[in-house]
Design a protein around this ligand. Structure first.
Ligand code: MG
Length: 205
């Protein structure tokens, strides 16, 4: 069976949202991120980051700065045994021609074509609508909106248009939901409810 992946936005999902982050010293991993990613990894999911970094296209920083930030991110996550397999970066500013800038599904299709990822069994996690649209455009099983970063604001502003997304407090709850959804899928049942019931998002065994 081909592999399933969890695709993740970076800012506001794995690390604290910083406006145009360029300094590796300012990388702050959200406290639940390491253990949550480890759970997904241990369950067999391959982990990929998909990030728009328009600060490059706007001239605020360079791709080399982005690489330094990612080296720090990978080192910090590595301490908890988490391995990010690919980090896909779209460096263009909005309006510039771009191959993969979200909501484009291109990087997820690249993962499918180059790494054999089965998108129909994969998930996308983000804090903005473009993250969800990226996943929907690619054809992943489900998209999860986390309330960290811009997620709470996204939930407020997009209410009514997020019907297909799962909304979870943070990456820990998202990981728990995904693992439960996969158990349901493997039993041949339809997906869990889009909106988790209050109190149903935490540890589900
Ligand atoms: Mg984000």
């Amino acid at each position: 069976m081909s592999a399933a992946a969890v695709f993740l936005d970076r800012d506001g999902v794995i690390i604290e949202e910083r406006h145009y982050l360029r300094d590796p010293e300012e990388v702050v991993i959200l406290p639940e991120a390491g253990p949550a990613l480890r759970r997904l990894q241990d369950a067999g999911f391959r982990l990929m980051v998909v990030t728009n970094q328009s600060g490059v296209g706007r001239g605020y920083f360079t791709l080399a700065d982005v690489s330094r930030v990612h080296a720090r991110l990978e080192a910090e996550l590595g301490r908890t045994g988490v391995r990010i397999e690919r980090i896909y970066v779209a460096p263009e500013a909005p309006g510039q021609p771009s191959r993969g800038r979200k909501p484009s599904p291109q990087f997820l299709w690249d993962a499918r074509d180059e790494l054999g990822i089965d998108l129909s069994r994969s998930y996308m996690i983000g804090d903005k609508r473009i993250d969800l649209e990226c996943g929907w455009n690619a054809g992943v099983r489900r998209c999860v909106l986390v309330r960290t970063g811009y997620g709470a604001a996204t939930e407020r502003e997009e209410s009514g248009r997020l019907a297909e997304a799962v909304v979870c407090d943070d990456l820990a709850a998202a990981a728990a939901w995904i693992l439960e959804d996969r158990r349901w899928a493997e039993r041949g049942r339809p997906g869990l409810r889009a909106q988790a019931e209050p109190g149903a998002e935490g540890e589900q065994g």
